[in-house]
Design a binder for this molecule. Structure first.
Ligand code: HEC
Length: 163
């Protein structure tokens, strides 16, 4: 092998390494962390539920009460009043609340999948109420998280039609 051949062979080798490095680096796009915050300007892909003004008002009242209940439950937990936390969860978010909301709203106005999400939410509340007597936050918080996830799941799927 002549010296010229060695040089050109080595040149080719370094060229290949350089190309690999550059393309390799170019393909390594920095990935955002998996749990990064959602972009703010998402298109609204929620399914609208057409309700009349009265039904919309009624629905809103239930929702605002849900949030107030969550606040009251957290306050009860902070006070270590697990009995109050259980009572609030059961009566305001459990199946009792479901029957009450059903009586005040027109179930036929809502799509079946909405009912499923509502039932999952009430079921999560019942499970949370059940673990309150343990007075053990390691058991309570995961169920609380599941309840909040059920709120979020429905909010991602549905909106009331804004007219
Ligand atoms: C089965 C569906 C469903 C579940 C479960 C649900 N929500 Fe809602 N909620 C809605 C819909 C639909 C709206 C209206 C959103 C819109 O039109 O933009 C709403 C709106 C709200 C609002 C805004 C009310 C306003 O001022 O207009 C709050 C607060 C709220 N929900 C709290 C909660 C909380 C807290 C939970 C859980 C404890 C919960 N929701 C569970 C469907 C649900």
């Amino acid at each position: 092998m002549s010296r010229g051949q060695i040089y050109s062979g080595a040149g080719l080798f370094f060229l290949c390494v350089a190309v690999l490095l550059v393309t390799g680096c170019a393909e390594q796009k920095p990935m955002p962390p998996a749990d990064e915050v959602r972009p703010v300007h998402l298109p609204d892909v929620r399914t609208p539920i057409p309700l009349g003004p009265d039904a919309r008002q009624e629905h809103r009242a239930v929702m605002l009460q849900h949030l107030e209940t969550i606040q009251a439950i957290v306050a009860a937990l902070a006070d270590e009043d697990y009995r109050l936390a259980q009572g609030l969860t059961e009566s305001h978010l459990g199946f009792f609340m479901h029957r009450y909301a059903m009586a005040r709203q027109e179930p036929a106005d809502f799509p079946p999948a909405y009912h499923d999400l509502a039932m999952a939410h009430h079921a999560a509340a019942e499970k949370l109420a059940d673990v309150m007597p343990t007075k053990d936050l390691k058991q309570i918080l995961p169920e609380f998280n599941n309840l909040l996830k059920a709120c979020v799941a429905c909010h991602l799927e549905y909106r009331l039609r804004h007219s």
